[in-house]
Design a protein around this ligand. Sequence first.
Ligand SMILES: Nc1nc2c(c(=O)[nH]1)N[C@H]1C(S)=C(S)[C@@H](COP(=O)(O)O)O[C@H]1N2
Ligand SMILES: [Mo]
Length: 314
Amino acid sequence: MYIKRQRGWEISEREATPESVFLNRRVLLGSAAGLVAASAFEGRAVYAAGDLYPATRNGAYTLDRAVTPEKYSANYNNFYEFSLSKTVLPEANALKTKPWTIKVDGLVEKPFEIDVEELVRKVGLEERLYRHRCVEAWSMSVPWTGFPLAKLVALAKPLSGAKYLQMQTFMDKAVAPVQRQFIYPWPYTEGLTMAEAGNDLAFLATGIYGKPLPNQFGAPIRLAVPWKYGFKSIKSINKISFVEARPKTFWEGLQAAEYGFWANVNPAVSHPRWSQASERVLGTDQRVPTLIYNGYGDQVADLYKGLEKERLFV
Ligand SMILES: Nc1nc2c(c(=O)[nH]1)N[C@H]1C(S)=C(S)[C@@H](COP(=O)(O)O)O[C@H]1N2
Ligand SMILES: [Mo]
């Protein structure tokens, strides 16, 4: 069950799945019975606000490399709720993504719930080309459709005591087989500081390749914070809480020494088990040097002034 079948384009990658190797070890140490095979699931082509796609591209966000063809990015996904391998279909298609509401609560003027469809009609959509760098040392470049996280923060009207955003993925053991594994700190959660959330690069994506997100990319709404390792870009968000204390993330809960809160990309700071100096470009046989803040330092480096004592890069 845990033996990964290599596809042609994966063969060059020896350490293909450090995160899932770790997860697999936990499964073996814990209950091996829990990974129930997914039974016949039906894919669903029901999308929120499908008429808004494709959205106009915001030309301010450019790439230094080719867009990753969808046939690669759509078949090589980290979505551990559904599978510990990179093949998360058909399991991920069992998630019903419409209707879908996001709860906004915590230190805000007035907590509320909003349907994703209503949210995108209210704030509008744009397309941006972003790089994505996984902590496992592979990368892709994709056109996301969505809106700046700052627009949601503005709707939420946070109180002055709010210092962080905590974001949470849905929890449904009936559709997500790996959520039946109690040894993981489900639901998947992530966090940003208010300053990070207000940075223009922090983006909530509802689409990719000019159409609503296919389920494996984190439908119907996921984060894209391209200067941080990919695990910060939480998928299928159903709650955003404004909080005073730094939230503990899913990966900190599993292995704090290897996956910290900040997780900014830095080629000079190795993961304890592998180098971050270069990355395999998904869909090619190329390895390219990794850039500090994944190449977005001009936009984000100022966020970390005065925080040099923090573990900013792991
Ligand atoms: N809820 C949830 N969000 C998640 C993950 C996950 O397992 N569950 N994996 C993360 C990791 S490690 C990466 S690299 C990206 C992968 O996004 P992609 O499949 O769209 O490439 O999603 C991130 N968001
Ligand atoms: Mo990742």
